[in-house]
Design a protein around this ligand. Structure first.
Ligand code: ADQ
Length: 470
């Protein structure tokens, strides 16, 4: 373990990988970096299901100073906890989609029991001065369960996705239970000030809490820190990926495929929060309203399948494929297909090369905690010929990437206009905008995110008793 630091114990639904070879998402990259630097334990679900009776066994792999410990779930747990409560109730609700949220007491019960079982298992491995950091909407109850098991050390929580306004969150039957349980944490982190405010407003209006200076909240006799810690990427590492041989090969492949045309790229898990349907309509409107682009632009949407067991995701895939077919049918010629959709995954280096080959990146979620694709696209650009980022006003990344072309993703015209502007933007303006964004991405890195959260957590006692500087 690194000197001078307490052991870091991180908890997230999926664990690892610790290397940069795979297809790791944002959470894994940020955490693996912190764990490799400090040493520690990473605990979560193995990704496997096993029958009752055997699943309390934990498996541990050691890599350097990091132990990766996982446990299995039963089929019932997977369906009630992961597909049920986490992804059918909490995910849509926290993304402001009350229309898609489903609530049932069976999955509520299973969600709580998985939190309890994971906490019980983890608490056997904890030492008093460990710094425990719980991640995301799968584990809202984990902190209070660890307290029930007797753990008295520091526990922090970071929410990777948005926290919706109390007017929406109160629709969740267990909304009070969840936020009360969250008060067991010492520090609660959000991606944006909006999320932080929504949470604080819930505490005030629903639980009779009080906002204190220094982004602290008092509810009864509990004082917690609730602050904003925007997640970032390993920007220097990503910029290096973008000039690696593997990236170069992919960049060339894309350039070869598009020829003289301009490439537009979108990269998102196939999820209704990412605004893909609206984005496709915006692209269609571009071809309608600005016909000079016909035959001269190419839109590649990379959209790996996600949560395909859930109806809303099956329906989204059907709708997207139909819409892509409609747009291609309407505008394609013998030598040009305007829109291509791919569901395969790429390595991080390959993806960096694909970003670098694209003149425009469309990041138009209807709601997104942060959105790391936007930051990766910026980090991967060629400084002499950078592309243009079109960014939704509803992505957390919007607060930092102020020189992106900001759009309302619900407005087809707005998306089409921004596309036209991006495709015709002079090199000087592209460079000027990109430099601001590059600065922001290199400033707010994954390491910075980790360090500022963990510093805050280590100092949380002093803050909770009001002695921190205000
Ligand atoms: P996600 O919703 O998964 O993350 P995002 O932040 O964009 O969204 O991260 C996606 C990651 O997956 C990126 O690193 C991207 O490169 C990678 N990826 C996507 N498609 C890929 C493909 N085909 N092949 C390889 N890699 C691919 C959640 C929240 C976000 C928040 C992050 C981190 O929803 O708002 O930014 O957590 O906190």
């Amino acid at each position: 373990m690194a000197e001078g630091h307490r052991r870091l114990v991180a908890v997230s639904n999926r664990v690892g990988p610790l290397n940069d070879e795979g297809k790791a998402g944002g959470l894994a990259v940020g955490l693996s970096d912190a764990l490799k630097r400090r040493g520690g334990l990473w605990f979560g679900w193995s990704g496997n299901t096993s029958s009752k009776g055997t699943f309390s066994e934990a498996a541990t792999e050691i890599e350097g100073d990091v132990a990766l410990t996982t446990i299995d779930m039963s089929e019932e747990e997977l369906s009630g906890f992961y597909y049920g409560y986490a992804n059918r109730s909490l995910w849509p609700l926290l993304h402001y989609r009350l229309d898609l949220a489903e609530f049932d007491r069976q999955s509520d019960r299973i969600y709580r029991s998985v939190n309890q079982r994971f906490a019980a298992r983890l608490s056997q491995m904890l030492e008093d001065d460990d710094l425990v950091w719980i991640h995301d909407y799968h584990f809202f109850y984990m902190g209070s369960e660890l307290r029930q098991c007797g753990f008295r050390g520091k526990i922090g929580f970071f929410l990777h996705i948005p926290f919706c306004p109390p007017e929406i969150f109160t629709a969740l039957p267990a909304s009070h239970d969840i936020v009360r349980a969250m008060l067991a944490y010492d520090v609660i982190g959000f991606q944006t000030d909006t999320d932080r405010r929504n949470f604080a407003n819930f505490c005030v209006r629903e639980l009779g809490g009080e906002k204190l200076p220094g982004h602290r909240i008092r509810v009864g006799d509990r004082v917690v820190v609730a602050d904003t810690f925007p997640i970032g990427i390993d920007a220097p590492g990503y910029a290096r990926f973008a000039v690696s041989p593997e990236a170069g090969e992919h960049e060339e492949m894309v350039r070869g495929m598009v020829g003289d045309r301009l490439q537009i790229i979108g990269v998102d898990r196939m999820d209704y929060s990412k605004g893909l349907v609206e984005r496709f309509r915006g692209f269609e409107r571009l071809l309608e309203e600005y016909p000079e682009n016909r035959g001269n632009v190419q839109f590649l949407q990379v959209a790996p399948l996600s949560r395909s067991e859930l109806d809303a995701y099956v329906e989204l895939r059907r709708e997207l494929e139909e819409l892509a077919g409609h747009i291609n049918g309407r505008f394609a010629t013998l030598e040009w297909t305007p829109l291509q959709i791919m569901t395969r995954g790429f390595t991080r280096r390959a993806l960096a090369g694909i970003y670098r080959a694209a003149r425009v990146c469309l990041v138009t979620p209807l709601r997104d905690g942060m959105n790391l694709v936007a930051k990766e696209y910026v980090a991967a650009q060629d400084p002499d010929d950078p592309g243009v980022l079109i960014l939704s006003r509803f992505a957390g990344a919007r607060s930092e990437l102020t020189e992106a072309l900001v759009v309302n993703p619900y407005s087809t015209d707005d998306v089409a206009r921004a596309l036209q502007r991006a495709l015709t933007m002079p090199l000087e303006e592209r460079k000027r905008r990109w430099e601001q964004m590059r600065e922001a991405v290199f400033h707010g890195t994954a390491a910075h995110w980790c360090d500022s959260f963990l510093d805050r957590l280590e100092n949380a006692d002093n803050e909770a008793d009001g002695s921190a500087a205000e």
